[in-house]
Design a protein. Sequence first.
Length: 241
Amino acid sequence: MLSIVVPVYNEKPYIDATMTALLNKAIPGVDNEIIVVESNSTDGTREAVLAYEGRPGVRVILEDRPLGKGHAVRTGLKAASGDIVMIQDADCEYDFDDYEDLLKPLLTYRKAFVLGSRHTGSWKIRTFDAEPGLVSFLNLGHSVFVLLLNVLYRQTLKDPFTMYKVFRRDCVHGLKFECDRFDFDFELVIKMVRKGYTPIEIPVNYKARSWAEGKKVRFIRDPLTWIRALVKYRFVRIFEP
């Protein structure tokens, strides 16, 4: 069983395409459960999500207010019952056709933790043309944070902050998660690494969207939370009391 956790907030232009792709996704030998965590959107996304409630293999969880992507993913993880868990955003930046390659190392018991790497031979992972200066700044920032994580945790990862994180559900057993925003991407990888799981990185297709298209990362607030996560989780207890 594969549990696909889909955090959703203000994704009206993309949610139907995402859900259609997920409902049509068939992987031989694997059953899917789609767990949609909707965070009380203001653009009509909640109503669109509710149209899928009751479909076979779909579970919809409604949050009272938006508390961040990390909070939504944590809610989805608690509801997951599959042997394998995959995190899937609703923004259509990633390619659903990469599922088979991402799952293969887990289905063959080669690895318990897989990352879908957006790097394809270049250090740049974002290439949208509307804001070239901003894109260069984002790519540089990504490289800096990857370097910091690799140095602090003695890793050689290329894209630890990818959305595509796939792992056996028992890998996170006992881990304590607390991040609510995009710092959850840092927290999950760091705590899995500290627990002893070194991920394998599988190349995936990726097409970044701009802020005009709905990107939600905030320039000052989010990098500060990333720095906090990098330092804090190097030393604190990672397991539930």
